[in-house]
Design a protein. Sequence first.
Length: 66
Amino acid sequence: MTDAVTPDWIAVDWGTSQLRVWAMAGGRVLAAAASEDGMGRLAPAAFEPALLRLIEPWLAGAGRCR
């Protein structure tokens, strides 16, 4: 397992065909993740689970897991 990533904030680019996220500390990228869970491919009820699948490890590392 790699070191925990603890971002200050998370940048998201969520297009119709892909979801991309970056864990950020100031202007520095700590980690990145992507999936094919674009908004055009999901029902609205699936938006939150799709986002959490990518960012939840970063939230857990910061002690902010749901």
